[in-house]
Design a binder for this molecule. Structure first.
Ligand code: NOJ
Ligand code: NOJ
Length: 627
């Protein structure tokens, strides 16, 4: 009797567990097949956005990857350096997984980026490197002169990472036996790495194009690029000392974003009145961007399985549990929910995004890969709350694979948790599988830019990370992250001035100017509140005499004593130009100067960029028109 009494509940438990397992298995299999179906759509969705033949990118130049076919509300018919680089990283990873038909797209991207690097723009030009920080270009590869959050310094780093991953593959397989293809790509990478080594310590706009300051995501992307760039450069017998000297400084700086509970997305913010918690998908995307399947659960490298990144992830997810209507009724912890950029977001009403919801899942799949490789899960005080939310009885301590440990139960719980985020994204994906940028916080319908390239790319990378856990699909290659990197005791804000050259062998125009002048115009002009000064002239750098493309002056140093408007323009050495100043009235009326001014930019000296300052007096108004 006694015997039965003990065994019966045990058997019941076992039976229950067995059936629960099969049920769970069925759930996993069902999700897998839905993911496969969506992946086909997502990959095609990316290819459709490549010009000029992609079905959604008519009119885009050859090789150009647009952010979205949406041309109004919002207009995303541009190519963004960040979106394109993150997407191409996905394309390279898929190519490495055996999708050989993707190689032409990678080669197209290489060519497009060689050209893009040479397009002078409101951030600057290639001569000083500053132009590399420009966030976006028209789909026909011309400069965009409108107001924007610029520069954005993640772009060059992310592009370098995409190209480095491909170059390493070329060199390792021997298909590029004489090294020509990798050798042609290197000058693009070199420009980008030089940019990072020179400008990493200057503020710029974050990946959401809103905050002027230092962004965790940007800093991490820069660190990774310098590291793997130095390794590749050495392999190609290139000079890499600038990358090696700056990487530890960037690494040190990266640690300063941690506030004890989570990584703060933006620090050193320049905008006054900025107040946000700092909990932001920026940081989850960072853990994915830093993921190295060969790394341990290192906090300083913010690896997906690190205690810091897990604690951070929990804070991030919980920030969205109660604010979105569609998350109400989803039980509080341990369940997937819809997540967005950050809780305070108001863009398009501040909704969940597909790519951020999928990023949660991807971080967790990445983490499971890492635990399986290191064979151990270590739960500490920092990560305990995360663990208890997915596995309520979790306690601090180490769980090694095999034996009686909870290792498998823990990873299974994380897998189920991660799957919940994919389920959420799929639940709010329209039946045709199209992925927009956002889905409504109220009812889950798709919102904002449709067919967003980055949304599609995020689905494909999530899927690859999941398959690396649930099948023998294989992992992305290691980027060679250092093991147990030492954080310097004091952080040094360094910079190494770089040189920048058009990557002609990769497709940059051979007549692209590589030598430039930074011309500062100090304009004396008395203005009253609401009046603004502009400059325009007869070259594309000066807005081609179009008022709408005129360059805006800065009144940052305007005072009662000195009525100073400044313009800094990077112009090709030797150019002969005509220009004039404009005053725009609050009413929209535009006042011109009568006479054209002329400017002969000096010939190229030893140093690019040269620098020159012009002192000018406003000599208007004469002509006038209303915009
Ligand atoms: C457009 C940017 O792309 C987006 O990220 C931002 O939120 C909005 N402008 C509002 O500033
Ligand atoms: C707005 C997003 O905030 C930004 O990250 C992205 O680069 C652009 N849209 C284009 O997709």
């Amino acid at each position: 009797m006694k015997f039965q009494a003990i065994l019966a509940p045990l058997a019941a438990t076992l039976f229950h567990e067995a059936s629960a397992n099969t049920f769970r298995q069925r759930q996993v299999d069902n999700l897998t097949s839905r993911i496969e179906a969506e992946t086909t759509i997502a990959l095609q969705g990316v290819l459709n956005n490549f010009g000029p033949d992609g079905s959604e990118a008519p009119g885009a130049s050859a090789e150009v990857l647009i952010a979205s076919p949406s041309t109004e509300n919002p207009n995303y018919y541009y190519t963004w350096t960040r979106d394109a680089a993150l997407t191409l990283k996905m394309v390279v990873d898929e190519f490495l997984h055996g999708k050989g038909d993707l190689q032409p797209y990678i080669r197209s991207y290489v060519k497009a980026q060689a050209i893009v690097q040479t397009i002078s723009n409101p951030s600057g030009a290639l001569g000083s490197g500053r132009g590399l920080g420009e966030p976006k270009y028209y789909a026909n590869l011309t400069r965009f002169n409108g107001d924007w959050g610029r520069p954005q310094r993640d772009g060059p780093a992310l592009r370098a990472t995409a190209l480095i991953t491909y170059s390493r593959y070329l060199l390792s397989t021997g298909i590029d036996s004489d090294g020509t293809e990798a050798g042609n790509i290197w000058p693009i990478i070199q420009n980008d790495l030089n940019y990072v080594a020179q400008y990493w310590n200057q503020t710029g706009f974050d990946l959401w194009e809103e905050v002027d300051g230092s962004s965790f995501f940007t800093t991490a992307a820069q660190y990774r690029a310098l590291n793997e760039g130095a390794a590749l450069g050495k392999q190609l017998q290139q000079e890499v000392s600038a990358y090696e000297s700056q990487a530890p400084n960037v690494f040190c700086f990266l640690q300063t974003f941690w506030n004890g509970n989570y990584a703060v997305a933006n620090i050193n913010v320049k905008q006054s009145g900025f107040s946000r918690s700092g909990i932001d998908a920026n940081t989850v995307l960072t853990s994915i961007a830093m993921f190295d399947p060969g790394a341990s659960c290192d906090d300083t490298l913010f690896q997906p399985c690190s205690s810091r990144a897990l604690a951070n992830l929990k804070q991030y997810i919980d920030a969205f549990r109660t604010i979105y209507t569609i998350n109400q009724g989803v039980s509080r912890s341990g369940t997937g929910v819809a997540t967005g950029r950050y809780a305070e977001d108001v863009y398009f009403g501040g909704n969940p995004w597909y790519l951020t919801t999928l990023a949660v899942a991807e971080q967790l799949y990445d983490a499971i890969q890492q635990w399986s490789t290191v064979n151990t899960i270590t739960i500490d005080d920092k990560s305990l709350a995360f663990w208890q939310s997915v596995y309520p009885s979790a306690q601090t301590g180490s769980h090694t694979k095999g034996g009686y440990s909870d290792f498998t139960k823990l990873t299974d719980a994380v897998l189920a948790f991660a799957d919940g985020f994919v389920e959420t994204a799929l639940k709010y994906t329209p039946e045709n599988g199209a992925l927009s940028e956002q889905y409504s916080r109220e009812n889950g319908t798709a919102l904002s830019a449709h067919h967003l390239t980055w949304s599609y790319a995020s689905f494909v990378t999530m899927r690859a990370a999941r398959l690396a856990v649930t099948s023998d699909y294989g992992q992305v290659p290691s980027w060679g992250s250092p093991s147990n990197p030492k954080v310097p005791t004091t952080c040094t804000p360094g910079s190494v001035k770089g040189t920048y050259k058009p990557a002609v062998a990769a497709g940059a125009p051979s007549d692209a100017p590589s030598c430039t002048y930074l011309i500062t115009f100090n304009l004396n002009a008395t203005t009253s509140y609401g009046e603004n000064m502009y400059l325009f002239g007869n070259s594309s750098d000066l807005g081609g005499w179009r008022v709408s493309d005129a360059l805006a002056g800065s009144a940052a140093d305007y005072s009662d004593a000195r009525h100073l408007w400044t313009f800094t323009v990077e112009l090709p050495a030797g150019a002969e130009l005509e220009y004039k100043f404009l005053k725009k009235e609050p009413s929209g009326e535009v006042l011109y100067e009568a006479e054209n001014r002329s400017l002969a930019v000096p010939d190229c000296g030893d140093e690019s960029p040269g620098e020159q300052t012009m002192e000018e007096d406003w000599n208007g108004p004469v002509g006038s028109e209303t915009e």
